[in-house]
Design a protein. Structure first.
Length: 1018
């Protein structure tokens, strides 16, 4: 049934083949491909070694590396420089059974040079393997047979992929990397080849999955031999030509029923009886039947398989003369198509046979029982076979079924009417259970009427609903023992019920939860709009925008009821200031200190933002080799209001941190703990605290497991155990697009996740057209060491010179120090790697993570062309995508083409654009970007403003965020402060550039250049 062919690249091997004389051969040995033996050893797989010739992107004399290898080498390729080339690679082949086991077991390893990295094509196959197992579990498979000659045949299983499954598979095919079809000839249509390969791989994995579930049966006659071959490890069996032909014909008829789907298909729409909207006061038998059956109608139609919203009723089909163009494509014989489709459907739903005896079948009249049989039995079969089915909304809405309604009540505000000041998930609230259909509460008489009706479909207060006999029996039992219908339950129990983690009384499903008091505000999911905004508290120096006041009120509300939350505002909306305002709203000496955990690159930023907006807070940075420990640490914490540390330190010092009584623990850039199994995630969850908040601009990056990890920190147990969450939410939503599961998950998490986007209408009016931020970055130890060495060396030389030579040395010193602040590799010019050596670069990467996750674009300005080239290469490798670069060496044609691709409204162009300040600072329109990052500073506000205006100009429809990066304690921060304090002077004097600094005295220069304490965090 096919093989999985594995090959691998070695990032440490030479990127180019050895130079040979003469003509280059048509195919060459891949220079950094891993040998089959090494691949088998690294993966612990016992496959068959071999070789394959692949069509790979080629740059210069060698093959281009995959994106994953590029990230380890810090390489990138420019698409214009790549051509196709033939390269021979060693391979390891796995049969379908071994392939299925490997794909299900292999994990998405983070980049680690000591173990294999999973490539993009293999990750796609991992998803396909999970999809195949899911298909088998749902019975979406069919048996088949193939003649292999010499009196032998092969039994096999294939996938039945229709409806939502087909949409998922098409989406996977559309996102496949080019390497997936690298074994195809150059001239082959790669898109079509990818679709064919994916279909074949799906069938092979489905076949393996079925065989892994079924044991081999006895081999007797042809049919029995076929069944045995379908279930055993050996798929071949012996038969006669006549028996094989008969078997193939029978299987073909069976397969055709569920796999034939063309450009259009038959569609069946169930129409309710008229008068469904008429309101009645209660359920009566008259609502169901008054001496005759209530008529339902099943309409026939044609539906586009590519655009399901395009539906043409059968009546219009019969009126059409010739071709039909109403389905976004040419349908040559619509009447024949409709009849053929109905003929195919009648084998699955025989009730339409009577309608087919008419000259122009358009609909079928059904009684109540017939409508129920269609809804419950025929519709799922037709849908699974690829037909279109349109049902009333109430049938697919679980809330419109008989179930239990939970009403809970609390005081209007926490802490009022004798309620504890802090409730928490363990706090008790009053509850009452009722029977209901959706929002409609049912009385005992209503239930009695439902029993008397003895119909599966009835109308309740003008709305049709399905009455399940088992639920009706449970409802009667509930009414007979109502003693447990009222009482008190914990807030946590209420939340578990909302998430369908717990059932209602007597096993009845919960169809509605209604709250009163503050719990109603919480359950609404709109706490920030339902409670009064909070003005900035005393001690907070700054002004909160209206949406930030609502955010502060939301944070304060959750704390008042003892619950945690995830502040997930879009980047640039001021999450930091909202948290600082919250800290200022209480006296820390009365409630205890706050522990804030963040990436190393943000420690200095939190320290400075606290000093700026909350100068009254006593801040301690817990980091470095000299950090206090034991009793000394306890004394420091006791005297502080805010302790800032890093994720790495939490892991190392978790025992000491656990011993403290924290009022709140806050995780900034909380996506750092999206993997719940990491040591950092486990450590932060173990910290004792009264309140917990996670702060992130990307609450879900790749998997719903990210959300589970964040919520498990903020509100432990809210989403249940990982296995429960996966079963109830992750698998149905991620694999099948389950709308019901997504709705339940949203209802459960919405009260605890506050996410406002810059595009929200309630936000955009609060925002200025341009938001400018100065981002303070810390130096790494390497940067600090180089910085200090430059200052020591250059100050000695400056002191012994004067005049023009002195001015030249001052400017040279500034250049060197700014290069060190950017990155050691720029200063050293040694071609060394960039990752992990610059605090400023780390901050750039963190910012771009959020920019790209939001589907937005950014401009990055630097005054150094060589650093721009380093940035382009590193960021291209880091994010696995093209990074545009504009510098003075480009011709006008190249410059125009680069700008046009970036501005292309159709998309497809680069999302990141690096520009040298001189070449790209004027004369360009780059409104596709709404983020501007000044990586290094040109101390001329007019020049920087001109560069910013590439994005902030006519044609820009979004708020533009401008970030100016400076390194803490360096000349960058000091000059920025001088300009800020003397803005008027800066416009006339400082505005000429950096020349004014050369006139400073030696003493002033030493103060300017000297590295301040606290500038290094690592």
């Amino acid at each position: 049934m096919g093989e999985l062919i594995l090959w691998a690249e070695d990032s440490k091997a030479p990127a180019q083949p050895a130079v040979r004389r003469g003509r280059r051969p048509a195919k060459q040995a891949h220079p950094f491909a891993v040998s089959a033996q090494a691949l088998a050893s690294a993966t612990a797989l016992a496959g068959s070694p071999g070789t394959a010739v692949l069509v790979l992107p080629t740059q210069g004399r060698g093959p281009a590396a995959s994106a994953e290898v590029c990230r380890t080498r810090e390489e990138s390729q420019t698409p214009e420089s790549l051509v196709d080339g033939l390269w021979e690679v060693p391979t390891l082949a796995l049969d379908s059974q071994a392939a299925l086991g490997y794909l299900l077991a292999a994990g998405d390893a983070e980049i680690d040079l000591e173990r294999p990295i999973v490539g993009g094509d293999l990750r796609a196959l991992q998803a396909l393997a999970r999809f195949a197992v899911d298909l088998v579990g749902r019975g979406r498979v069919l048996p088949g047979v193939r003649d292999v000659g010499d009196g032998r045949a092969m039994a096999m299983w294939s996938a039945v992929v229709t409806g939502v499954d087909a949409v998922w598979l098409r989406a996977l095919a559309g996102g496949l990397p080019g390497s997936f079809t690298a074994a195809c000839p150059v001239a082959v249509d790669r898109v079509a080849a990818a679709v064919r390969s994916l279909a074949a791989a799906t069938d092979a994995l489905v076949d393996a999955a079925v065989r892994s579930r079924l044991g081999p049966g006895p081999r007797r006659r042809a049919a029995a031999s076929f069944r045995s071959a379908l279930t055993g490890s050996d798929s071949y069996f012996t038969t006669t030509p006549a028996a094989l032909a008969s078997l193939e014909e029978a299987l073909a008829d069976w397969q055709r029923e569920v796999t034939e789907v063309g450009a259009v298909r038959a569609c069946f729409r169930l129409v309710e009886p008229p008068g469904a909207g008429e309101a009645t006061t209660h359920v009566t038998v008259a609502d169901v039947t008054v001496g005759e059956s209530v008529p339902w109608r099943l309409d026939f139609a044609l539906q586009s398989t590519e655009e399901p919203s395009l539906v043409v009723d059968a009546a219009q089909v019969w009126r059409a003369k010739g071709a039909l163009r109403a389905l976004a494509r040419h349908v040559a014989n619509p009447q024949e198509t409709l009849l053929g489709e109905l003929g195919r459907a009648v084998r699955l739903y025989p009730d339409i046979e009577g309608a087919l005896r008419t000259a122009r079948p358009s609909s079928l009249t059904l009684d109540v029982e017939g409508a129920h049989l269609f809804l419950s039995e025929a519709a799922p079969i037709l849908l699974a076979a690829g037909f279109g089915v349109l049902l009333p909304g109430w049938w697919t809405n679980p809330a419109m079924r008989l179930g239990a309604k939970l009403s809970v009540s609390t005081p209007a505000q926490p802490g009022s009417a004798g309620t504890e000041a802090v409730i928490g998930r363990d706090g008790l609230v009053d509850f009452r259970w009722d029977l209901a259909v959706g929002e409609h509460t049912l009385s005992e008489q209503d239930v009695a009427d439902l029993v008397e009706a003895q119909q599966p479909l009835v109308r309740v207060r003008g709305q049709w609903m399905y009455v399940d006999a088992d639920r009706l029996a449970r409802a009667r039992a509930f009414l007979a023992t109502r003693s447990h219908g009222t009482g008190r339950m914990s807030v946590g129990a209420v939340l578990a019920i909302i998430g369908a983690l717990d059932d209602g009384p007597g096993g009845l499903p919960v169809v509605d939860v209604e709250g009163q008091g503050w719990l109603a505000d919480l359950l609404s999911g709109q706490v920030d709009h339902r409670i009064a905004p909070m003005v900035a508290p005393e001690g907070f120096r700054g002004e909160l925008r209206p949406y930030q006041e609502r955010g502060l009120a939301w944070l304060s509300f959750l704390e008042s009821v003892g619950l945690g939350g995830v502040l997930a505002d879009d980047m640039g909306l001021g999450k930091t200031v909202q948290l600082l305002a919250l800290m200022c709203g209480q006296l820390p000496q009365e409630v205890g200190p706050t522990l804030l955990v963040c990436p190393m690159s943000l420690v200095g930023n939190w320290q400075r933002e606290a000093a700026r907006f909350a100068p009254g807070l006593r801040v301690h940075v817990h980091h470095g080799a000299e950090r206090p420990k034991g009793k000394a640490f306890q004394r420091v914490v006791a005297s502080c209001d805010l302790v800032v540390t890093t994720y790495g330190l939490v892991v190392r010092d978790v025992d000491a941190l656990r011993e403290m009584s924290w009022h709140r623990v806050v995780l900034d850039e909380a996506q750092a703990v999206k993997n719940a199994a990491t040591r950092a995630a486990i450590a932060v969850r173990s910290l004792p605290s009264s309140h917990r908040f996670a702060v992130t601009g990307t609450p879900v990056e790749n998997r719903l497991g990210d959300l589970w990890s964040l919520m498990e920190f903020a509100n432990p147990g809210l989403l249940g155990q990982p296995s429960t969450f996966k079963q109830r939410f992750a698998t149905p939503i991620e694999r099948r697009g389950d709308v019901e599961a997504a709705t339940r998950l949203r209802s459960l998490t919405q009260p605890f996740v506050l996410r406002r986007l810059k595009t929200d209408t309630s936000i955009i009016t609060d925002l200025p057209a341009k938001i400018e931020m100065e981002v303070v970055c810390s130096l790494t130890r390497e940067q600090a060491s180089l910085y200090q060495a430059v200052v020591t060396d250059m100050m000695d030389r400056i002191e012994s010179t004067d005049g023009i030579e002195r001015r030249g040395l001052v400017l040279a010193t500034m250049t060197k120090l700014k290069q060190v602040c950017n990155h050691p590799a720029q200063f050293l010019r040694d071609g060394s790697r960039l990752a992990g050596r610059s605090g400023k670069l780390a901050r750039v990467e963190e910012t771009l993570d959020e920019v790209l996750a939001s589907g937005e674009k950014a401009l990055l300005f630097t005054q150094y062309a060589e650093f721009g080239d380093l940035l382009r290469t590193h960021l291209g490798a880091r994010f696995g995508r093209e990074v545009a670069y504009l510098h003075g060496g480009l011709s006008k044609g190249q410059r125009d083409a680069t700008v046009a691709r970036f501005q292309d409204p159709a998309g497809g162009g680069p999302s990141l654009f690096v520009l040298s300040l001189k070449a790209g600072g004027t004369g360009l329109t780059l409104t596709a970007a709404n983020h501007v990052i000044h990586v290094d500073r040109w101390w001329n506000p007019a020049v920087e403003d001109q560069a910013t205006d590439r994005a902030f100009r006519i044609g820009q429809t979004r708020s533009v965020q401008v970030r100016k990066l400076v390194c803490a304690g360096t000349l960058e921060e000091k000059i920025a402060l001088m300009i800020k304090e003397k803005r008027g002077l800066a416009a006339s004097v400082v505005g000429t550039g950096e020349g004014w600094l050369t006139e400073l005295s030696t003493s002033a220069l030493r103060d300017l250049f000297t590295l301040e304490a606290g500038s290094v965090v690592e």
